[in-house]
Design a protein around this ligand. Structure first.
Ligand code: HEC
Length: 174
């Protein structure tokens, strides 16, 4: 009896460890997609996590800390934008951009028409914000990630945002 109990406890512990291992393996897969994906444009080209990547887009950890897998999948595949605006320069060139910093004399704007984005320093008096919605499209919307890859990315985002590895299934996303 006692022996059975010990066996049950041990196998329970092994099961937990196996689940933990699977979650950590997913975090690593997600990290690799985030940093180096050959599909579309790697997230790290525009987002910084764990000290890697370029912070062109917003800090994803704030959202990933509070939003579940489905909400994150929707946001990653979003077609509407909240921060990207179109800017028009005196020479007539218009480009989708995202603000890095604005002071009275200079607007620091990432030009999203370039990959990787180029930081421009503009004079506010010369620059016109055309409109808040843009033709710009978040690269993951056209990257055709498999649901499993998206689940790996989200597992990784949740891990960085919360410090806990918990496996995300692709069934939770849609
Ligand atoms: C070419 C640059 C670029 C790439 C590549 C990119 N993003 Fe983004 N991302 C942005 C920009 C810019 C925004 C802000 C869009 C807006 O709402 O105006 C954004 C927004 C987001 C948001 C919403 C953040 C918030 O607080 O609203 C998430 C989540 C996100 N990206 C995740 C990802 C993931 C995951 C990948 C890779 C699979 C990725 N992004 C690839 C530029 C990029």
């Amino acid at each position: 009896m006692k022996r059975t109990l010990i066996c049950m406890l041990l196998s329970g512990a092994t099961l937990l460890r196996a689940e933990g291992d699977a979650a950590l393996a997913q975090v690593e897969r997600g990290r690799q997609v985030f940093l180096h994906s050959k599909k579309g444009i790697a997230c790290a080209t525009c987002h910084s996590l764990e000290g890697q990547g370029i912070a062109v887009g917003p800090d994803i950890t704030k959202l990933a800390a509070v939003v579940g897998p489905r909400g994150l999948a929707t946001t990653i595949l979003m077609t509407a934008t909240a921060y990207v605006q179109d800017f028009k320069l005196p020479n007539g060139r218009t480009f989708p951009g995202i603000e890095k910093q604005k002071t009275a004399d200079t607007w620091e704007i990432f030009d999203l028409s370039r990959i990787p984005a180029v930081l421009l320093k503009l004079k506010p008096a010369d620059t016109v914000v055309v409109r808040s919605s843009s033709e710009w499209c978040h690269p993951p919307t056209v990257a055709k990630y498999a649901p499993e890859e998206l689940a790996d990315i989200i597992g990784y985002l949740k891990f960085v945002a919360t410090g806990k590895a918990k496996e995300v299934s692709s069934d939770e996303l849609f």
